[in-house]
Design a protein around this ligand. Structure first.
Ligand code: VG1
Ligand code: CO
Length: 545
């Protein structure tokens, strides 16, 4: 067993996006591609020697190969110990929980999250720092810069694969590899936050739930907690076995991609509660019988009722949402007399606010919700939170949401994704919009749709003063309606234009409209002002959520 130093040359484009480096599996399969990125990361972590690293992934194709490579590189780069999930599996929130519980130096998550998997699908790698959260831009940019200068990497040579099926510690060239149960630390944390006896009683009373794990990482967690500890009947969790290709589906919990669950949740015989999570188990979708909860509303309802949940009984210090997320949570923050923060898209921007104790709950419109219990969004946590609310209030999902609208008004909301746009055309569209910004205020984009302000969102972190600019073009219209445009930073093919639409409706007699109808004027205005069809050449959005 020796440490081998392998000469290499840089790959272009190893720049992490909204959440880590994501590329096609075939790109990651190129010789040295993963090794280069991991070495660049390790080089950036100057004080890694003698430290503990957490490692795991969502089980997608290439996970097993990558875990073995990273273990041999960690051993060659001075780590003392790696905690790796059994079978190489750890959900994103579990990595965060394990880092925090074991006070690890950091963690590596192998996942392309909601992107499809399999040999022709996507793979990804992201790094989390010692608070358990995604590395901030200062770190990811340093890693990227390093990838561009790399000339060699270090890896342990002459060793076979570590058996990741057996729990316990083995030695790898002087570094301890501890294979841990991926679920237990996480499950223990959940039990400390929620009223498990009340939730058990909810199931015992005959209420039914369906949780769609989408053949991804949440399956083992959901089975253990819902069907194990909480006594939900077997079959409550569907698609609970993680598969390397997620059964050929997009592991993306939204009404468009979770079609099987949507069908189950429709009709008088449907279960009381439906939920799903994504590839790496950090996203969540919440459903009632014939009822879809938008993620923005979900955050607001959770915030309004948080004190019913034991882990949040002391109240919330503040709420943060990403800029494109609807303002529904802000209304709750106002009512509670606590601060509301607006951050750029991506969970990494919540880390400082959580560490500083300024906020307790965070959310994104993209089916992401979380709290200070970890430093990632957390799919199953959000589902358990809702389950706790159902058990504590005795109300159904639609009852809770309708009562919320009646009290706070309804923020109609939708996101339109224009996928597969040629990158140059997407860039041209955004450039044209940015150029038009100064002339937009005062313009009338349609019936009652006068632009009040128009800007390109820039953020100054209130904790460390770091700044992030060009985070999305937003138009704020009369009455608080908003249209936001930004390009996705997680896709691997061409560009995806995301158009976010929001309109506030205070009149309770108008709370039961189809969001697409309620937002029709804004949808038309968005196309007109950004000339979406003209620039993209597309006839409509690929996904509407
Ligand atoms: C998307 C979402 C964003 C989320 C990110 C990572 O990013 O819009 O809100 O934080 O995915 O989520 P983008 O840049 O494509 O809009 V996950 O569950 O894919 O790690
Ligand atoms: Co995810």
């Amino acid at each position: 067993m020796t440490i081998q130093t392998v000469p290499t040359t840089p790959f272009p484009g190893q720049r992490p996006g909204t959440s880590g480096l994501r590329k096609k599996v075939t790109v990651f399969q190129q010789a040295n591609y993963l090794e280069n990125f991991v070495q660049a990361l390790f080089d950036t972590l100057a004080d890694r020697h003698g430290q503990t690293l957490v490692l795991g992934g969502d089980g997608r194709f290439h996970n097993r190969v990558a875990v073995q490579t990273i273990l041999r590189m960690a051993a060659a780069n001075g780590f003392a110990r790696v905690l790796v999930g059994q079978g190489g599996l750890l959900s994103t929130p579990a990595v965060s929980a394990v880092i925090r519980k074991h006070q690890a130096f950091g963690g590596i998550v192998l996942s392309a999250s909601h992107n499809p998997g399999g040999p022709d699908g996507d793979f990804g790698i992201k790094y989390n720092i010692s608070n358990g959260g995604p590395a901030p831009e200062s770190v990811t940019e340093a890693v990227y810069a390093r990838t561009q200068q790399l000339t060699e990497y270090h890896i342990l040579d002459g060793v076979g694969d570590i058996d990741l099926s057996r729990l316990g510690a083995v030695d790898l060239g002087g570094m301890a590899v501890e294979v841990i149960d991926p679920v237990s630390d996480y499950a223990e944390l959940m039990e400390s936050l929620f009223d498990f006896p009340a939730m058990r009683a909810w199931f015992a009373a005959g209420h039914r739930m369906r949780f769609d794990a989408m053949c991804a990482a949440s399956g083992p967690y959901a089975r253990r907690i819902l069907e194990g500890t909480l006594g939900a009947p077997v079959g409550t969790v569907i698609n609970g076995e993680p598969l390397e290709d997620f059964g050929g589906h997009h592991p993306d919990p939204n009404p468009a991609h979770a079609a099987e669950l949507m069908a189950t949740m429709s009709g008088p015989e449907a279960p009381d509660f439906g939920a799903a999570s994504d590839g790496d188990a950090d996203r969540n979708m919440i459903l009632g019988r014939d009822f879809v909860v938008t993620p923005s509303d979900s955050l607001a309802v959770m915030a309004a009722h948080a004190q019913r949940v034991p882990g949040y009984a002391a109240g919330l210090s503040g709420i943060a949402r990403s800029m494109p997320t609807s303002c529904a949570a802000d209304a709750v923050a106002r009512a509670l007399g606590i601060p509301a923060y607006e951050t750029p898209t991506g969970w990494k921007f919540f880390g400082n606010l959580l560490d500083a104790g300024r906020v307790t709950l965070c959310g994104e419109e993209s089916y992401g919700t979380g709290s200070g219990h970890v430093r990632e969004k957390d799919g199953l946590w959000a589902v358990l939170f809702w389950l706790n609310l159902l058990a504590a209030t005795g109300q159904s999902v639609p009852e809770l949401v309708r009562a919320h609208w009646a009290r706070f008004g309804r923020h109609y909301y939708s996101r339109h994704d224009w996928e597969g746009v040629p990158t140059d055309r997407a860039d041209a569209l955004m450039a044209a919009l940015r150029e038009a910004l100064p002339s937009l205020p005062g313009q009338v984009l349609g019936d009652g749709l006068q632009v009040e302000t128009a800007d390109d969102f820039a953020y100054t972190d209130p904790v460390d003063g770091s700044t992030s600019s060009r985070q999305g073009v937003r138009l704020i219209l009369a009455g608080g309606s908003r249209i936001v445009f930004r390009l996705s930073g997680t896709g691997t093919e061409g560009a995806t234009l995301r158009v976010y639409l929001e309109r506030f409706e205070g009149d309770a007699s108008r709370h039961d409209l189809d969001p697409q109808t309620a937002l029709a004027g804004l949808i038309e205005a968005a196309d007109r002002v950004a000339r979406i069809r003209e620039f993209t050449g597309l006839s409509g959005p690929a996904v509407i959520t």
